[in-house]
Design a protein around this ligand. Structure first.
Ligand SMILES: [Zn+2]
Length: 261
């Protein structure tokens, strides 16, 4: 079975003590590719360094909404330059976060809008963070040159409603599912994971966060993406290996590289 963890913060301190082992454990269960999205400009450098250390690690460069308080238009030039690195496969993670209200909405909108334009100009997909901001996320995506493009990007760790899913799918986006899809109470989320087209689903961990069952409460790691795949496959009445094959092909198609798994 091959799987790609399309969203993992492998650079976080919580992996400092056993990062090599984490990667080895992932590979051992078939997770041969891991995409690590950046959160701010400085973090981009850290993430790019990881892609040099580990063969199976790829990067996204971008500024997260919670890191966009001091957003400067000049940052786009820095991101454009870093996006030239060989293993950069997306712009991310970018988006809107209305849960933590530290960054004023107009600033978040400006940062997202400019990064969407950059992605479109570079021909890269985007990794979208959406926390309690579905209406504005959809509006900004719709206004962007990415809308209705093939392989526009992914709504990562999807946690919104079916109407949001449909609107995003219509615009060419994929849906990324994480650990919560395995949680007992996540009935609506599982329904969305069952109804979504098989060719538009990605699986991810968002490690070290959002640990799936049966390890909920512990630190998450890329090897656990298989529990996300297993659960959605079971809900859809599919063999896990068959479902995993689809999600791996989706990730390869969306992110363009990593074809040699
Ligand atoms: Zn993340």
């Amino acid at each position: 079975m091959t799987l790609i963890d399309t969203h993992c913060h492998l650079d976080f301190e919580r992996f400092d003590e056993d990062r090599d082992e984490v990667v080895v454990r992932a590979t051992a269960v078939g997770v041969q590719r891991i995409i690590v999205p950046a959160l701010d400009l400085q973090n981009c450098e850290t993430v790019l360094a990881l892609t040099e250390r580990y063969e199976g690690v790829y990067a996204a460069v971008g500024v997260h909404p919670n890191s966009s308080a001091d957003w400067q238009d000049g940052w786009i030039g820095a991101l454009r330059e870093m996006a030239q690195a060989e293993k950069v496969v997306a712009i991310g993670e970018i988006g809107l976060d209305y849960y933590w209200d530290d960054v004023p909405k107009p600033v978040q909108h400006r940062a997202l809008g400019q990064q969407l334009e950059l992605a479109a100009a570079l021909g890269l997909p985007v990794i979208i963070h959406n926390r309690e901001a579905s209406g504005d996320v959809l509006a900004l995506l719709r206004e962007s040159p990415l809308a209705f493009r093939e392989n526009a990007g992914v709504l990562h760790s999807f946690s919104a409603d079916w109407e949001t899913a449909v609107a995003a799918l219509d615009m060419g986006f994929h849906l990324g599912f994480t650990g919560p899809v395995t949680f007992k109470k996540a009935v609506e989320l599982r329904q969305i994971a069952v109804k979504a087209p098989l060719d538009r689903i990605l699986v991810e961990t968002d490690a070290p966060f959002l640990t799936p069952q049966p390890y909920r409460g512990k630190r998450n790691e890329p090897a656990y993406v298989r529990f996300v795949a297993e659960r959605i496959a079971a809900e859809r009445g599919l063999d896990t290996a068959v479902f995993a094959q689809h999600t791996t092909e989706n990730a390869q198609r969306l992110f363009g590289v990593m074809r040699d798994t």
